[in-house]
Design a protein around this ligand. Structure first.
Ligand code: FE
Ligand code: FE
Length: 194
């Protein structure tokens, strides 16, 4: 773990490094609460933004190196590039072969349909970590302690409204994540009523 911290320190700005430590702590806490592997989630949280501070050019070079073709939406959404390149770097450069860690990093900004527990934990921890402050944070933190799916639905609603209101492109994975959770919850609720 110490060697990863040293590596991150050399790659990230101070504020981003601190954020990574906070997300790691929060991911471990959520893992213990919801029954995931706490050490694994700590490491995923620690590394989730590993390529956040590289230039757009370097991001694009990374995709080229690994033959990743960006969709039109992805090309127009540089903010999600670090999730895609981070997963590549963690797998191929750091040699971490744990699919939970790799995919949690891959989907930490967009989300996706049918997320695993590990993916949900990193998605949520990124927004409930101790360094975060935004208007509805206490509500989101309370939801994270009640029900991860409810928390993610809240985050996705905010994200989708925000992206659309700014005329920015919405990644299909984000919409899929929302549709999946809304439909799945409805089904569970309906079955419960039968
Ligand atoms: Fe990120
Ligand atoms: Fe982050």
């Amino acid at each position: 773990m110490e060697k990863y911290k040293e590596l991150l320190k050399s790659r990230l700005k101070e504020k981003r490094y601190y954020h990574s430590l906070c997300v790691a702590d929060e991911a471990k806490r959520l893992a213990l609460k919801y029954g995931a592997d706490p050490d694994k989630m700590y490491l995923a949280g620690l590394l989730h933004d590993i390529t956040k501070n590289i230039s757009d050019d370097e991001q694009l070079q990374t995709f080229k190196k690994f033959d990743i073709m960006l969709s039109v939406t992805e090309k127009a959404s540089p903010l999600i590039w670090h999730a895609m390149s981070g997963a590549l770097v963690v797998e191929h450069e750091l040699g971490i072969d744990d699919e939970d860690i790799i995919s949690s990093i891959r989907y930490h900004t967009t989300g996706k349909a049918d997320m695993t527990l590990c993916q949900k934990i990193i998605f949520v921890a990124d927004l409930t970590s101790a360094d975060r402050s935004y208007p509805d944070i206490e509500e989101i933190r309370a939801a994270a302690n009640r029900d991860l799916d409810e928390c993610i639905i809240g985050i996705l609603k905010f994200t989708i409204k925000d992206i659309v209101s700014k005329n920015k492109p919405l990644h299909p994975d984000t919409l899929d994540a929302y549709n999946y959770l809304i439909t799945e919850r409805k089904e569970v609720e309906n079955n419960g009523n039968l």
